[in-house]
Ligand binder design. Structure first.
Ligand code: AHG
Ligand code: MN
Ligand code: MN
Ligand code: MN
Length: 319
């Protein structure tokens, strides 16, 4: 039984990266406790504000954001944070080494139905000791030094990578610590399970419609095998399923959006998940490019996402 604190020491990370990961994940344990109280703590429902991307914030979007923000900014290892729920980056008063971008609560629409949600984080190292600017955050995902998520499901799980494989931890609620439960997770190259929000089908590019039609056609179609479908409506839940039993997850761009950018955010959704998938032997692309190679243009930039089983991602992109 290895605790996260013990595991981090041997995971070849520097002491200050260990500190950032520890502060982030300890705060997620507090978010997990708050989520467990639900209605009893008066934390469900709308906050009454919009975030910078025009989404209505839930109370828990704001609460979890504030918890992570204050914990991270108090850490001497942190230079600045960026969050889905913050218009701009927030510099720390210290000149720590790390920049952290996060989605404090992924799957907001699941909160009020007591379903799966999570926290996603992405960590970069920043040289020098100057106060951070937004430009410092705009590094391609391949430069992430660590990335991961905490899934608040029936049990609370931490999944992260520092570039040495993907490891899963389960929260021991009594002890208040994460315990290593799976090391070096790998995703099979083939799959018969896909995840996509089919209600947008008529707005997708022709090639995406064609690809998904072929999945749905099953054994009788050109693919010659049946596919099952799942949609958690929280990327953390869908990615976790793929890391556990394989699959492909797609959030394509669609022609409702004139920029053809997709819905998910590059810096705190696509990049961290892409790092995990690649570390687990899978792939993560937009309709055309490897996600981890994209040079970001803004902290809230959106991208199309096709990630999961390597051969299935190739297949999808071949359309
Ligand atoms: P968030 O709650 O952080 O804004 O992210 C929600 C995202 C992602 O988690 C999920 O895959 C997707 O939105 C669900 O979108 P649909 O509403 O189209 O199902
Ligand atoms: Mn949101
Ligand atoms: Mn999200
Ligand atoms: Mn969110």
């Amino acid at each position: 039984m290895q605790s996260l604190a013990q595991f981090l020491e041997s995971d070849s990370s520097s002491a200050s990266l260990q500190e950032v990961l520890f502060v982030t994940t300890q705060t997620c344990i507090e978010i997990s406790s708050a989520l467990k109280k639900g209605s009893l703590a008066g934390i469900l429902g709308m906050a009454g504000n919009e975030n910078v991307q025009g989404e209505e914030q839930k109370k828990l979007d704001v609460i979890s954001n504030n918890m992570l923000k204050s914990a991270l900014l108090a850490s001497p290892a942190v230079r600045a944070i960026a969050s889905e729920e913050e218009d701009d980056i927030v510099p720390a008063t210290t000149t720590g080494e790390y920049l952290i971008a996060f989605d404090p609560l992924d799957g907001s629409s699941n909160i009020d139905i007591n379903s799966m949600v999570g926290t996603i984080f992405s960590i970069y190292q920043q040289v020098g000791s100057q106060p951070a600017t937004e430009a410092d955050f705009l590094k391609p995902g391949k430069e992430q030094v660590a990335a991961g998520y905490v899934l608040y499901g029936p049990s609370t799980m931490l999944v992260y990578s520092t570039g040495n494989g993907v490891h899963m931890f389960t929260l021991d609620v009594e002890k208040g610590e994460f315990i290593l439960t799976r090391e070096n997770v790998q995703v099979e190259t083939e799959t018969q399970e896909f995840a996509i929000n089919m209600s947008n089908q008529r707005f997708w590019a022709d090639a995406m419609q064609h690809y998904v039609n072929d999945l749905v056609a099953g054994k009788e179609g050109s693919r010659g095998k049946n596919f099952n479908m799942r949609w958690v409506a929280a990327m953390v839940g869908d990615v976790h399923r793929i890391l556990c039993r394989g699959g492909i997850f797609i959030y394509p761009w669609d022609n409702k959006d004139p920029n053809k950018a997709g819905k998910l955010r590059l810096m705190y959704e696509a990049n961290p998940m892409a790092m995990l998938l690649e570390q687990a032997g899978g792939k993560a692309f937009t309709h055309t490019d490897r996600i981890l190679d994209i040079q970001p243009e803004g902290i809230h930039q959106r991208v199309a996402v096709v990630l999961g089983a390597a051969n299935e991602v190739d297949k999808c992109l071949s359309y």
